[in-house]
Design a binder for this molecule. Structure first.
Ligand SMILES: Cc1cc2nc3c(=O)[nH]c(=O)nc-3n(C[C@H](O)[C@H](O)[C@H](O)COP(=O)(O)OP(=O)(O)OC[C@H]3O[C@@H](n4cnc5c(N)ncnc54)[C@H](O)[C@@H]3O)c2cc1C
Length: 622
């Protein structure tokens, strides 16, 4: 996920009423985009309002007379940057669907090619046949963070999110269950939170408020500096107009050192340190190796809130699909792309220089053999898989890129248990995280063998209990419990086993051991024997994650987000750092969790925005 910023003014609102004053003024949030090409009179003039919502488009007088439209393209006879051009979006995940509506809104003739028989990719809700009927699970995302980023996707094409998607805030945001079986809740009410923390450690409430202000600043200024603006070179990291406000608001040392060091400065009690750092799980890191800037994850949960799409996350994919459809994009299911086709253009490499391959995209070949031509191709599958599988025509540069990302750091995988229970678990909230009593030892190495789950060891895992908010998730009196148990990704597991000189266990063995460890934990914590309440179980293993959605190494959160794989160091846009140059092919773009800015639905949607703007710029000059 799941880092992001809030578009806002000088003050960030901390839940119910309290405002956190900033030390520096707001910057870079609103933007005015004006693109004029008077020389050819063929490109449009576009003005985007300060609120980012209203946009006036005046197309070429020569081409079509003077035609103006306000934001939103549906049902309006007019022209945009993409008129007369075709775009193919490979993959119908949230990134692909988001991109499709933006491109269609600009006049492109858009086709989304999705290998599966449904859209949404990892983002979905499921009900399982054969005994699981009536129980609904969000099997991918379950926390809707940064609702403004979802809203922005709809508004960018002239629609209102509320007409497509109904969301409500989950309150309290979370319950953390500790190894000693005590619990603490993430509360929005700052006074209640202060009291709760003071009861654990004298003075912790005041320190919490101090920490939260700084964490919120990391969120606002970090996002403005590196996420809303693509960072393309090492120079971006020393550009004062970019990093100045962030560095003024938060001590740069705190941003760069491991997050746990930052936590240790504020709190003595290990549980408090854990309460604001376990969120690293989301980005495939641990609090011991994630830079302190990742405090922004807990900050967004505590200030922007954790939200629930009514009806589950299937409503998110349905709404993005409906939006793309309304804007005129076509979606073809069961259409696996085997190759992205490119051709050499004479003189292109010389004229563009840098890491340009001298090639432009011309379309795609499907696994069925069908060829489809396009002016623009946007690839949404997990990016390392795109380099591995689809870019043979680019030759050596693609091979190198593929090797480079093969060697990169990947997030964890998860064994996901979906349990249909004939009971409710009264001590669970909607979102729960169970943390190990050996907090440090529980992060590294990630479980790789059956032994790693042996008693009395405890593990960190997430537990979704949506009946807390939405009774329609399960038959009366029952509950649908989804457990995400982080484990080593497929390649990491092989490496760990080799290092220890033990054979790689089968997935069945890992599932059985993992299940046992979770049931043990629930029992020890006083929730009862869940094995007696389970009426149906469905499990997703690392290999299944890899096969279902084409995710490299089954690393469900994609490339991990350590300092060396963030911002300018994250693929794929060409960088100014020579050794990190990524091959450029005209007309080929990437969106999704393993590209910039990173993993999580709101981040992927932010990436869509940045890439869509780049495509418009490129195409208006083409
Ligand atoms: C278990 C889990 C829990 C998560 N929890 C949260 C959460 O609470 N909140 C949150 O914001 N995020 C969460 N995330 C992350 C979030 O789901 C992802 O970041 C996001 O959904 C990724 O979207 P995407 O479009 O990049 O990729 P994907 O969802 O992977 O979409 C890519 C699409 O491309 C298709 N495809 C692949 N190869 C081909 C091909 N050759 N031809 C055609 N199509 C192809 C795939 O089938 C897929 O539909 C979670 C993820 C997981 C797995």
């Amino acid at each position: 996920m799941w880092m992001d910023g809030r578009e806002g003014g000088r003050h960030g609102r901390a839940s119910d009423g309290l405002t956190i004053a900033r030390t520096v003024p707001k910057v870079f949030v609103d933007r005015v985009a004006v693109m004029v090409s008077m020389a050819t009179m063929s490109a449009p003039v576009r003005v985007q309002g300060k609120d980012g919502k209203r946009r006036l488009t005046i197309t070429s007088a020569r081409a079509s007379g003077l035609v103006a439209r306000t934001s939103g393209r549906a049902n309006v006879a007019c022209r945009g940057v993409g008129d007369g051009k075709t775009a193919i979006v490979v993959g119908g995940g949230v990134g692909g669907l988001g991109m499709a509506s933006r491109l269609a809104n600009e006049g492109f003739d858009v086709t989304v090619l999705e290998k599966r028989e449904d859209v949404g990719g990892r983002c979905r809700s499921e009900e399982f046949a054969g005994g699981g009927e009536g129980y609904r699970f969000d099997t991918g995302p379950s926390l809707l963070l940064l609702p403004d980023r979802y809203r922005e996707q709809f508004e960018s094409v002239g629609e209102k999110m509320e007409d497509y998607l109904d969301i409500e805030r989950v309150d309290p945001a979370y319950r953390a269950h500790f190894g000693d079986h005590s619990t603490l809740d993430l509360l929005y009410d700052i006074e209640a939170m202060r009291k709760q923390l003071d009861d654990v450690e004298f003075g912790a409430g005041g320190k919490y408020i101090d920490w939260l202000g700084r964490a919120r600043a990391s969120l606002d200024y970090g996002v403005a500096a590196f996420i809303e603006r693509d960072a393309n070179s090492i120079l971006d990291f020393v550009d004062l107009s970019r990093v100045g406000p962030l560095a003024l608001a938060v001590n740069p040392v705190d941003l760069l050192l491991p997050q746990f060091n930052q936590m240790a400065k504020y709190f003595k009690d290990e549980r408090l340190r854990a309460l604001f750092s376990y969120q690293e799980l989301y980005v495939g890191l641990s609090p011991y190796n994630a830079p302190g800037v990742f405090s922004l994850l807990a900050a967004t949960e505590l200030t922007d809130g954790v939200w629930y799409p009514k009806g589950g996350f299937t409503k998110v994919r349905e709404s993005l699909n409906a939006l793309a459809d309304k804007k005129g994009a076509k979606v073809k299911l069961g259409s696996e792309v085997s190759e992205i086709l490119t051709e050499e253009v004479s003189g292109l490499a010389e004229s563009k220089g840098g890491s340009h391959t001298g090639r432009k995209v011309i379309g795609v070949r499907l696994a069925s053999g069908e060829v489809m031509n396009a002016d623009v191709v946007v690839a949404n599958p997990d990016l390392p898989c795109v380099w591995d599988q689809m870019l043979d025509s680019v030759g050596e540069p693609a091979k190198k890129e593929s090797e480079k990302w093969d060697d990169a750091e990947y997030s964890c995988s998860v064994i996901e248990f979906n349990w249909c229970l004939n009971k409710k678990l009264p001590d669970l909230l909607h979102h729960n995280v169970f943390l190990s009593s050996d907090y440090k030892g529980s992060w590294d190495p990630r479980p790789s063998t059956v032994d790693d789950f042996a008693a009395p060891r405890q593990h960190n895992f997430y537990c979704h209990n949506p009946v807390y908010t939405d009774e329609t998730c399960a038959p009366e009196g029952g509950s649908s419990i989804m457990i995400l148990l982080p484990v080593a990704n497929i390649r990491e597991q092989e490496k760990n086993c080799k290092k220890r000189g033990v054979p790689v266990p089968t997935e069945e063995e890992m599932v059985a051991a993992g299940r046992e460890a979770i049931l043990r934990r629930f029992k020890e914590a006083g929730h009862g024997d869940l094995s007696e309440m389970i009426v149906h179980e469905s499990v997703t293993t690392p290999t299944e994650w890899r096969e279902k959605f084409n995710i490299k190494h089954g690393a469900v959160f994609g490339l991990s987000h350590g300092l060396l794989q963030l911002a300018a160091f994250r693929p794929p846009v060409r960088t100014g750092i020579k050794q990190l140059d990524s091959p450029v092919v005209d007309g080929l773009h990437f969106v999704g969790a393993s590209t910039r800015p990173g993993n999580g639905v709101p981040l992927v949607l932010m990436g869509v925005k940045v890439v869509a703007e780049a495509i418009m710029k490129e195409q208006s000059m083409a």
